[in-house]
Design a protein around this ligand. Structure first.
Ligand code: S6P
Ligand code: ZN
Length: 180
């Protein structure tokens, strides 16, 4: 049995004290995710994790700091994944910034929800998920998911999501993904 504990989250930056960075993805790690080629050392996002056993009796919790930027007309976004255990659900709480949460099922249905400070997005089991930063500041959100969920990036790397969020003349637009 675990000892109870407390961590302090900076709502503006997503930093969790004591720091425990799990992931730092650069443009060079995002090759193939965008319609246009991308490369280079610029950091697209970072994930800070609170370490607990990866079992279905614990909750994994982490924050994501997704920087602002674009590749062509596509906003900076996370790679996106299904949970390896497909029926595992998740919640996101946005603490800073503005974005869109793009979700899709394996049979091609999709849903898009808004992310803004205070929004709580529920991601049911079976839905892949990707966050997109549509503003000029970092998007920061807290996530909690069942400990044994795991991450499956393969199918998203192969076919992407049914839709893309791109910058249009009057702001973010959702367009079909020609490569899906
Ligand atoms: C984990 C949760 C998030 C993402 C993070 C990075 O289940 O959905 O913590 O891992 O936002 O995205 P990705 O797609 O690279 O894991
Ligand atoms: Zn997830």
């Amino acid at each position: 049995m675990l000892q109870p504990f407390t961590r302090v989250l900076d709502l503006g930056t997503g930093d969790i004290a004591p720091e425990n960075r799990l992931v730092r993805r650069r443009l060079s790690d995002m090759r193939g995710a965008y319609a246009e080629d991308c490369d280079g050392a610029q950091v697209v996002y970072e994930v800070f994790n609170i370490d607990v056993p990866e079992t279905n009796s614990e909750l994994q919790t982490c924050t994501t700091r997704l920087y602002n930027g674009k590749v062509g007309d596509e906003y900076f976004m996370t790679k996106g994944h299904f949970h390896e255990v497909r029926d595992r659900s998740e919640v996101y709480l946005t603490t800073s910034g503005y974005g869109r949460l793009v979700m899709a099922t394996e049979d091609g249905r999709y849903a898009i929800e808004e992310m803004r400070p205070g929004s709580m997005n529920y991601i049911p089991g079976g839905w892949s998920h990707r966050s997109v930063n549509v503003a000029d500041e970092p998007l920061v959100f807290f996530a909690a998911y069942i400990g044994d969920s795991g991450h499956d990036y393969g199918s998203i790397e192969e076919r992407g999501f049914p839709v893309l969020v791109v910058e249009g003349p009057s702001g973010p637009e959702v367009v079909p993904n020609p490569r899906y």
